[in-house]
Design a protein around this ligand. Structure first.
Ligand code: ADP
Ligand code: MG
Length: 405
């Protein structure tokens, strides 16, 4: 079985179509700092509008506690979506309540509405199947058909991703289709040398990826917050840097396995160490095995890879033919700690091969640092989802649409 696509839904003129997008954009003080995920949703939404469907968009934003929380309202996203589509987007202030019902009832052919944050309802992400099923049934009332296009959430068994796809005739949207075409280039005979660059802060989430990727890659460059668990595993003290003590043995295992498989794990040789977390913090560059010997002693926090490491990572990328990168090399949001991320991004735009950037923060980072999307082979909207795809895991949100790896 292969992925069901939009055509499988037939003529959508006058039909209500619920669309699950991933509009989970970064916000600062209510302002969208990177609208990449909104833009990525446009092709499917435009296709449905042009087909004359009555489009009902649903999405999550952030991680609210299963109840309404104005901090996580999708209202700013509705406005941005309207600007990008060049047409009004009706915003409903609840998800399955009377506001949503009214908004949906008022739609004409080719109109579009966005419902409030799915995760204001605890049942969206409930571990209990029947909770999710209940919520999906409520959402299903708004549609004659369902289009799943939130690639960033296809690895999650959540009501609007999984159960809703079972409740209505369902198909994948254009974004999911495009993401899969690109990612398959990385799993089905990627051109060698194949390098994976990992960083970021979701350390325990991402460590398991290493296990699955080791047999597939030629080298693995490790930066960002997860570096310190590696350095610690090698016997070095890491001061106040991000450390997952309970993962140290696992990491030791990866180092042994990499050696057996002939895969190079490249770790930083130097680190930017700061006195504290802040863009006006004092900082110094130290050897990676001597973090606590810096002026800040045991309080020093590693917040970026150092300049020698940045140069060697860039050089490794330049000699690769396929590169997948997930996770910033440092705390790029603070200018003093953005250089490592910038160096990796620059190398990805220059090397002679196919380079993919995956992950919400990684995508936001390259844009914030002034790079353009078209300088990369592909910028994936999904971090966790793209990693799990590369690992060869089963993704519930794709399987329910007919996909089999
Ligand atoms: P993505 O969203 O691309 O998958 P993550 O969510 O895993 O990436 O991580 C992104 C975050 O990692 C950024 O906010 C960045 O500040 C943080 N980060 C990177 N390096 C470090 C570090 N050395 N210490 C603490 N946080 C870090
Ligand atoms: Mg992130």
């Amino acid at each position: 079985m292969t992925l069901r696509t939009l055509e499988s839904l037939g003529d959508l003129q006058g039909k209500n179509v619920v669309v699950r997008c991933d509009l989970n954009v970064p916000l600062k003080d209510g302002v969208i700092t990177d609208d990449g995920r909104v833009r990525a949703s446009l092709p499917t939404l435009n296709a449905l509008i042009h087909a004359g469907a009555r489009v009902v968009v649903v999405s999550h934003l952030g991680r609210p506690d299963g109840e309404p929380d104005s901090k996580y309202s999708l209202a700013p996203v509705a406005q941005r979506l309207s600007e990008l589509l060049g047409k009004p987007v009706v915003f409903a202030t609840d998800t399955v309540g009377s506001a949503a019902k009214d908004a949906v009832d008022e739609l004409d052919d080719g109109d579009i509405a966005l419902l409030e944050n799915l995760r204001f309802n605890a049942h969206e992400t409930s571990k209990d199947d029947s909770d999710r099923r209940d919520f999906a049934k409520k959402l299903a009332k708004f549609g004659d058909a369902f289009v799943s296009d939130g690639f960033g959430v296809v690895h999650r068994k959540q009501a609007s991703v999984y159960e809703l796809a079972e409740e209505l005739p369902s198909a994948a949207g254009l974004l999911i289709q495009q993401e899969l075409e690109v990612l398959e280039r990385l799993t089905v005979s990627p051109e060698k040398p194949y390098t994976v660059v990992l960083g970021g802060s979701k350390v325990s989430d991402k460590l398991s990826v290493i296990d699955a990727l080791l047999p597939k890659v030629d080298s693995l460059l490790v930066g960002g917050g997860m570096v310190f668990t590696f350095l610690y595993a090698l016997g070095h003290k890491v001061g106040g840097s991000l450390l997952e003590s309970d993962q140290v043995d696992t990491v030791k295992g990866y180092l042994v396995k990499a050696k057996e498989l002939g895969v190079t794990i490249v770790l930083p040789t130097d680190i930017v160490v700061a006195s504290r977390f802040g863009d006006d913090a004092e900082y110094v560059v130290t050897a990676a095995d001597a973090i606590e010997s810096s002026a800040f002693g045991a309080n020093g926090m590693g917040l970026d890879i150092g300049p020698d490491t940045a140069a060697s990572f860039a050089a490794a990328i330049m000699t690769s033919k396929t590169v997948f990168w997930n996770g910033p090399m440092g705390v790029f949001e603070l200018p003093p700690f953005a250089a490592g991320t910038r160096a990796v991004a620059a190398a990805l735009t220059e090397f002679d091969g196919f380079g993919v950037v995956g992950g919400g923060d990684s995508a936001a980072a390259v844009r914030a640092l002034g790079f353009r999307d078209d300088q990369f082979g592909h910028i994936s909207t999904g971090g966790g989802a793209s990693l799990e795809f590369l690992e060869g895991k089963r993704l519930p949100g794709l399987e329910v649409l007919g996909w089999q790896a």
